[in-house]
Write a protein that binds this ligand. Structure first.
Ligand code: FAD
Ligand code: NAD
Length: 477
């Protein structure tokens, strides 16, 4: 995450730090700034916790957890458990999701208070390089200045210029998809990225007929191709229709349904759906900030920073989704800690090489480091160790052994270049891969680490063994 080794932190005295945005980037930056002794004010126009806690990571995972319980119940008889399902109580599904969100937002509020961070409710705009006007909820405005400023304004769903999408009540974004009155009878998802795949998984489990329409030849562009293909097969087996190289041309109406015209590899096809989820990416939420008034360099709203997270204006930093680069909560938080430290007298660069990408499908999918596709593109001489999870006891118990683990290594030094996991709790296990890459570990170092039995993580070691053609629990080819 940071270049360099452990550093001694000097305490900041009499320095005021303003943080704009209370998401996982901003609230973490504010807490880190306060820990280092700064006088911190955090400005939030909406709700503390930002996208992640309120309409992103947490509510989606709460829905997906409910969906996973439904799936587990369908398989309970296999394990000798008799369950009489009466279906689901959607209101309670939403209530549980809301309760988790509220508890976490309350936690962030408490943490900011405990760290003596002053929270201002309102929308901030620059009036000068280090001066902000804050429009409060009661209509009043207040002007504040800070010695240092960190912008963590985040992002909002992007609306593509597809005719019939904007203003169409049948077309919803991820925020609306998290609070539907009921699961729709049918859902067409535009975009086979992370949001599309996760919400398709959730609604499929609640009985919605789901169709995913992805423009590119491959789903989840940043993930390992071989495992993505495996996941696609598993989702199709559950009844999710997946179209790739398919472009939505327009959205119209047919009776009480939306009629979606799709160009599928050159052939026009129409699909009917109760709802159309638009999940084609997100755009930065920097319009209200008036970046130009401060002279902050940006590319159509994407704030430009150097590796220290500094913008083009001295003492003004920017982090997280508002950079329009990697839009992940853990990236925003890592950059938030770093920006606060750099703003308060330290100097370390951001490095994303240990960044894990996680997709909360069933089974989960996670990867860190290079994929085979990116290794080929970079012309790296790499090898692969592959271990199928049907040969792992814990995975066999958990989900029938569905999934696989892949390790990529450099042929010259045997260093781990990438770890890719499709399987139960993949998102929890990917930390081992991130650590291995961060420590520049070799296959031997993973192999020499004793992994507990029975766990799915044993399969990480087995994948490393397979790379050396000495896996114990599968025949080596
Ligand atoms: P945000 O969380 O967007 O926070 C920015 C905050 O700034 C907001 O609260 C906003 O109101 C405030 N703000 C903006 N402008 C102003 C202004 N002018 N004045 C005052 N306040 C302002 N990431 C993961 O890592 N894992 C996941 O599982 C995951 N799931 C997701 C699921 C969904 C459906 C979505 C939409 C996103 C998901 N993400 C996930 C992405 C993650 O939510 C974001 O990357 C993360 O929230 C970015 O944090 P941030 O602090 O940069 O911005
Ligand atoms: P995304 O960039 O992950 O995927 C968008 C997909 O839509 C791409 O595959 C793209 O090819 C496709 N697309 C674009 N235009 C299209 C069109 N006209 N027709 C068909 N397909 C089209 O974006 P997202 O899924 O909206 O997610 C937004 C952000 O939120 C991502 O950056 C992601 O990192 C973050 N997020 C993360 C998680 C997680 O970490 N588990 C979960 C949800 C969201």
């Amino acid at each position: 995450m940071k270049n360099g080794v452990t550093r001694l932190f000097i305490m900041a005295k009499n320095i005021s730090l303003i943080v704009i945005g209370g998401g996982p980037g901003g609230y973490v930056a504010a807490i880190r700034g306060a820990q280092l002794g700064a006088d911190v004010t955090l400005i939030e126009k909406n709700r503390l916790g930002g996208t992640c806690l309120n309409v992103g990571c947490i509510p989606t995972k709460a829905l997906l957890h409910a969906a996973e319980i439904m799936e587990e119940m369908n398989h309970a008889a296999e394990y000798g458990i008799k369950v009489k399902s009466e279906g689901y109580d959607w209101k309670q599904v939403l209530a549980k999701k809301g309760a988790v969100v509220n508890q976490l937002v309350g936690g962030v509020t408490g943490l900011l208070k405990a760290n003596k961070v002053k929270v201002m409710e309102g929308e901030a705009s620059f009036t000068g390089a280090k001066t902000l006007s804050v429009k409060k909820k009661d209509g009043k405005t207040e002007t504040i200045t800070g010695d240092k400023i960190i912008i963590a304004a985040g992002s909002v769903p992007a609306i593509p210029p597809i005719p019939g999408v904007e203003g169409n009540p049948a077309c919803i974004d991820s925020t609306a998809a998290l609070s539907l009155e009921n699961p729709p009878e049918s859902l067409l998802v535009i975009g086979g990225g992370v949001i599309g795949m996760e919400l398709a998984t959730a609604y499929n489990a609640f009985g919605t007929k789901v169709t995913i329409v992805e423009a590119l030849p491959k789903l989840l562009p940043m993930m390992d191709g071989e495992l993505t293909a495996m996941l696609r097969g598993l989702m199709e087996k559950k009844g999710i229709e997946i179209l790739t190289e398919a472009k939505v041309l327009s959205v119209g109406k047919s009776g009480d349904k939306a009629e979606v015209q799709v160009d599928l590899k050159g052939t026009k096809k129409a699909f009917l759906a109760e709802k159309v989820l638009v999940a084609v990416g997100r755009r930065t939420d920097t319009g209200a900030l008036q970046l130009d008034k401060a002279g902050i360099r940006h590319d159509r709203g994407k704030i430009q920073v150097n590796e220290l997270m500094e913008t083009s204006v001295k003492d003004v930093y920017a982090i997280g989704d508002c950079l329009g680069q990697i839009m992940l909560a853990h990236i925003a938080s890592a950059q938030g800690e770093l920006a606060a430290e750099n703003a308060l007298g330290h100097k370390a660069g951001f490095d994303s090489k240990t960044n894990p990408s996680c997709v909360y499908t069933v089974p989960e999918f996670a990867g860190v480091g290079l994929t085979e596709e990116s290794a080929k593109e970079k012309g790296i001489d790499y090898g692969v160790g592959n271990f199928p999870l049907f040969a792992n006891g814990k995975a066999l118990i958990a989900n029938g052994g569905v999934g696989a683990i892949k390790i990529l290594y450099g042929k010259k030094f045997n260093e781990i270049l990438g770890v890719h996991i499709l399987g139960p709790r993949a998102t929890d296990m990917i930390g081992e891969g991130a650590l291995a890459i961060g420590l520049e570990a070799t296959l031997e170092e993973v192999i020499n680490t004793i992994h507990a039995h029975p766990t799915v993580t044993e399969a990480v070691r087995e994948a490393a063994l397979a790379a050396e053609k000495r896996a114990i629990h599968i025949p080596n080819k």
